[in-house]
Design a protein around this ligand. Structure first.
Ligand code: MG
Ligand code: MG
Length: 272
């Protein structure tokens, strides 16, 4: 585990906030009729305009700025020229690289009006992210976060994807430790001050089983039911989990009131 100083964490927050603002910009554009390629182009320009580079473009040869995954796609969807339709859901995962550090987070958007059971999948998946974050505490272990997410989402009857996991974050997009969304209490690596992670539940409405498209990237549910994905970046700083990312720009764009982030508010140094 590469532990970060408060100064490094401030730089990482800068990268994370560029992603947060990009997702906030996209929130206003995600509507029936727009294509995911058009969203991708907007995101790339926005990130570059903020003095950063797209974090995913070219990483492991990924071809675009956004991993954009509608409906039954879990993650790693590739932007295309198919227009979004009313009732779709869309996982948008975005990375930015600035000052030598990555930001990486994701939000699943409703496109127009979605079915109540699909809204419930989004609500439970996002709530599970915060259950995980509550357990990202000094002295706790990797399994405590995974256990909390798994218990909460399986209680709703959902499937927890096993093959893809959260991760440490820093000068590399994927650092140790891996952060599964399942696990046993008290197991795995112990959390220490200065650790920065991406916690990212990927939760399926039906089976936890997945398959991969022949494009070598797109992961989708084996049963074709919808999947949701929410991701935040957090640092253990001053003895508690602090958010480097925020969904507030999304909520501002969509007119949503939320105090979900308040317990994990950032109080570390900032870059002026
Ligand atoms: Mg991500
Ligand atoms: Mg990630």
């Amino acid at each position: 585990m590469k532990l970060k100083t408060p100064e490094e964490i401030a730089l990482m927050r800068e990268s994370a906030q560029i992603v947060s603002k990009t997702l906030g910009m996209l929130a206003e554009e995600i509507k029936p009729g727009i294509t995911t390629l058009a969203l991708d182009a907007l995101a790339e320009q926005f990130i570059r305009d903020h003095g950063a580079e797209p974090g995913f473009l070219g990483l492991y040869d990924f071809p675009n700025t956004l991993c954009i995954s509608p409906n039954a796609q879990v993650v790693h969807g590739i932007p295309n020229d198919k227009p979004l339709q009313d009732g779709d859901i869309l996982s948008v995962d975005c990375g930015a690289y600035k000052n030598g550090f990555y930001g990486d987070h994701a939000f699943t958007f409703a496109v127009g009006e979605i079915a109540p059971e699909t809204q419930k999948l989004l609500d439970i998946t996002k709530a599970s992210l915060y259950k995980g974050i509550e357990n990202f505490q000094i002295g706790n272990r990797v399994g405590d976060v995974g256990f909390a997410i798994q218990q909460f989402t399986e209680a709703a009857g959902y499937g927890v994807v096993r093959e893809l996991v959260g991760h440490g974050l820093g000068r590399e997009m994927h650092e140790a430790p891996e952060m599964p969304n399942y696990g046993k209490r008290g197991r795995g690596k112990r959390f220490l001050e200065g650790l920065v992670v991406a916690i990212e539940p990927m939760i399926n409405q039906g089976t936890r089983k997945i398959k991969q498209l022949k494009d070598g990237w797109t992961i989708l549910t084996a049963d074709g039911l919808p999947s949701a994905h929410f991701e935040h970046n957090l640092a253990l700083l001053d003895g508690r989990p602090q958010l480097l990312s925020t969904f507030q720009f999304i909520y501002d764009a969509l007119g949503i009131e939320s105090d979900e982030e308040a317990p994990f508010a950032y109080s570390g140094p900032t870059i002026s």
